[in-house]
Structures are given as structure tokens and as C-alpha cells.
Design a binder for this molecule. Structure first.
Ligand SMILES: C[S@@+](CC[C@H](N)C(=O)[O-])C[C@H]1O[C@@H](n2cnc3c(N)ncnc32)[C@H](O)[C@@H]1O
Length: 282
């Protein structure tokens, strides 16, 4: 079996994928441990039996719906290659809007930052890679996801990120964060999207929240007031339909300069606001 024919066979079988060509190339690059140029340069190169078998195993798993990121074991986010697994969310390009918003709102070279629900560590590590003098704390409830985030931090040698296990703010004592960020679970348990695509293979604990998806968002907005310094920002990623409710909730709870940023599809995606009082006592 030669490269060109193996790829064509995979593409034919990926008729449910939006990116069949890319999926096939990524899986074969992984098996052959090569880059895309190699596939284009040597289309007639013969695969060994073991290589072909390994490739077809991955093709089979992909046909069953398994995310490409899980089959490869990594995903690119910001400029970082991050290990991923089934313990948490695969980082999404949309979340880069949250990172961009954070970098534009807080321009101090030195700042104290908290991320809640860090998963792979994507947001905290992206911020750390851009702002080497920020002190970044990041918490996560899942022990497996926390271990994953620690491996990603160590691989990229981003020592200024401190990671520990916490149920949201429960084990967070500081009350002087200039920036708190989170992409918490925000999908309603009855949302039909949970039965489609990659999310079928991601844990509900990373995706689903009570109160029509608002429970964790509301909890964070309320409780962040005891952990932000005066002038500190809270930035939250959320579902496209949740922006208005969140803006109202921020305003009702005493935040100012409430605003929402849109994603690449022009959908409301990231809502942020400033806390201009002293931290409330907990
Ligand atoms: C939507 S994922 C976001 C992961 C990562 N920050 C990202 O943007 O790719 C939400 C994360 O919050 C974590 N999480 C859920 N409930 C939590 C809680 N009560 N306390 C801390 N983390 C929680 C989940 O385990 C998951 O890793």
C-alpha cells in the first residue's frame, strides 16, 4: 500500500468529517512521524504492513467519531502544542478570543492572575507564554485534568504558573487578583449538540452546567467579587446565546464597564467586566 492510496482510502471513509483530507493527513503524519511535505514529496512510497495497520486502526477510530486530537494526543492552542486526553475539554480556537481579551484589558507587565477550570492549562499557559512576569494561579476540580495541565506546564517550562486542585474558589485564598478568567461548563444538559461531534468524547463535567448552563457562570461572577482587587477584571467565555443574561448579571452584582466580545463567527463569546470596589469579605 502506498501513501497516496492509503490517504485516498481514508478520505473516502471520512465522509462524515468536515475536513476529511486534513484528518487523513494528520493521522498518517502521526503514524509515519513525518510532516505534510513528506506526504506530498513521496506519494508513491510503500508503507510497511505495521504502518498501514496502525494507520487503519486510527482511521477506524476516527470513523467511530473519536476526535482527531484524542487520536493524536495533542492539540495546538495559541502557539503551544498541548497534550490532551479524555479528562477535559480539547482546547478550541474560540477560546483564543478570551486570551486576546485578557491581554488587551490588562497591559501591566506584572500582574496577579487566576484561571478557574484550567483543563489542559490552555488559557493559563497561553497567558504565561505572552507575559513572562505575570504570576498566574490556575485551579481545576478534576485530578486527571490537573495532572495533564501540570505536564503541559512542565513541557513548556512555564514555571510562573501555579496549579492546584480546587472546586472553583474553594481553595483560593488571595483577594487581590487583577484578572480572573474562566471558560467554565456552560451547556444545558438537554442541548442536542452534546450528541454531536467531538463533545460526545469529552466529559460532561467539562461541558454541562445546571440552570440552563448558567450555574457555574453565575457562581463565578458572584464569588469573584471576594477575590478581585479594585479595578480587577473578570473575563468569562460562554455560549453564543448567553451574553445578554450575563451582562445583566454582571451589572446587577456591582460590576462596571460590562462588555462582550464576539468570536470568528461573529457570535457573542466572551463577556467581561471590571470590579471597582474593594474585595468583598468572604
Ligand atoms: C469548558 S472546560 C475548559 C478547559 C480549559 N480552560 C479550556 O478553555 O480549554 C471547563 C473546565 O472546568 C473544570 N471544572 C468543572 N467544574 C469545576 C469546578 N467546580 N471547579 C473547578 N473546575 C471545574 C472542568 O473539569 C474543565 O476542565
Amino acid at each position: 500500500m502506498i501513501i497516496r492510496v492509503a490517504l485516498a482510502e481514508a478520505v473516502r471513509r471520512f465522509d462524515n468529517s468536515e475536513t476529511p483530507q486534513l484528518d487523513a493527513q494528520l493521522l498518517l503524519m502521526d503514524v509515519l512521524n513525518c510532516n505534510r511535505t513528506y506526504l506530498y514529496t513521496w506519494p508513491d512510497k510503500e508503507l510497511t504492513e505495521a504502518q498501514y495497520e496502525a494507520f487503519m486502526q486510527r482511521v477506524e477510530a476516527r470513523c467511530e467519531g473519536q476526535p482527531i486530537a484524542h487520536l493524536l494526543g495533542f492539540r495546538e492552542f495559541w502557539s503551544l502544542q498541548l497534550e490532551v486526553n479524555a479528562s477535559t475539554l480539547i482546547p478550541r480556537p474560540d477560546t483564543e478570543h478570551l486570551v486576546e481579551t485578557a491581554l488587551s484589558l490588562v497591559t501591566d507587565p506584572v500582574a496577579k492572575v487566576l484561571e478557574l477550570g484550567t483543563g489542559t492549562g490552555a488559557i493559563a499557559l497561553a497567558l504565561a507564554s505572552e507575559r513572562p512576569n505575570w504570576q498566574i494561579d490556575a485551579v481545576e476540580r478534576s485530578a486527571d485534568a490537573l495532572a495533564l495541565a501540570m505536564r503541559n506546564r512542565d513541557r513548556h517550562d512555564l514555571k510562573q504558573v501555579s496549579l492546584w486542585q480546587s472546586d472553583w474558589f474553594e481553595s483560593v485564598t488571595s483577594q487581590d487578583y487583577q484578572l480572573i478568567v474562566s471558560n467554565p461548563p456552560y451547556i444545558d444538559a438537554t442541548d442536542p449538540h452534546l450528541n454531536q461531534g467531538d463533545v460526545r468524547f469529552e466529559p460532561h463535567s467539562a461541558l454541562v452546567a445546571e440552570d440552563e448552563g448558567f450555574a457555574d457562570l453565575f457562581h463565578i461572577i458572584l464569588t469573584a467579587t471576594t477575590h478581585l482587587c479594585a479595578g480587577g477584571w473578570l473575563i468569562l467565555e460562554h455560549g453564543a446565546e448567553q451574553g445578554k443574561t450575563l451582562r445583566n448579571y454582571f451589572a446587577e452584582n456591582g460590576y462596571e464597564r460590562v462588555n462582550t466580545a464576539r468570536d470568528y463567527a461573529n457570535l457573542e463569546r466572551v463577556t467581561y467586566a471590571q470590579w471597582n470596589k474593594l474585595a468583598r469579605s468572604s
